[in-house]
Design a protein around this ligand. Sequence first.
Ligand code: SAM
Length: 278
Amino acid sequence: MNYRHAYHAGNFADVFKHIMLARMVDYMKRKEKAFRVYDTHSGIGVYDLNSEEAGKTEEWKLGLGKILDANPPPAINRLIGPWRDAIAPLEESKYPGSPRIARNLLRKQDRLSLYELHDEDISTLKAGFAGDFQVRVNHLDGWLVPGAHIPPKEGRGIMLIDPPFEDGHDFDRMIDALEKARKRWAGGTIALWYPVKKRSHTDEWLDTLKGLRFPDLLSAEIYIQEPWSAGVLNGCGMVIANPPYTLRDELQVLLPWLAEVMHQGKGWGHRIIDLSNK
Ligand code: SAM
């Protein structure tokens, strides 16, 4: 396990993922009934943008930095509002990871289950949530969650799966995770983040997902430049099973704006693909 998220915190892919997560959590709050968020690949929870790692790549300047400098129209302000609310309590030089974003949006009745396998990162994560009775931090393989730790006793909730994609097998593991999750928690909202490098590769994978015949499955992507090269993170996406019913319409407004604000080269854009069994 060599991947360290500290190099990438706040980059365009992080901002995309966290805004999507915040929209899904916000939707859950429409009902009083408690829900649970699972974060199977949590990272350390909060990142220092002045760290040596962040300084080496400065990736956050082209993601978070661009969004903070933008002047969004009211419709966008409304859509990114929950994400802004989640990042606001942090010091200016800090950017939250998905666990802290989710935690900052929970109500008293809601719960968060975190999983992280890295020996050092788990200590940082545990320290960040010490004494927080709404959060359970697990030093476990996050890929066990879809087959063993769901459904939550709350019945409702979201599972974010955000692996490092470092050994070439995470696309296959995602398919396996979705199938397991469907069997154990048919109504759960399952969100899988994925990198977009070369579009033909992404399309092959999305075709396989379509073949799973999920009743309600979509993918949302943004590109910061043309997705033609296998070696470069040209974009990213999220596949969502059982998305909030409001999300498709929201994405039509949100994704073009995110792509435009964070684009870096020619061929930038977005896609929303319905992968549902019709
Ligand atoms: N979700 C985080 C966020 O948005 O702030 C970032 C997660 S980062 C992309 C992936 C994390 O997964 C790394 O911290 C890595 O140590 C961890 N990891 C890798 N393999 C894992 C596994 N099998 N189970 C749990 N965590 C794992």
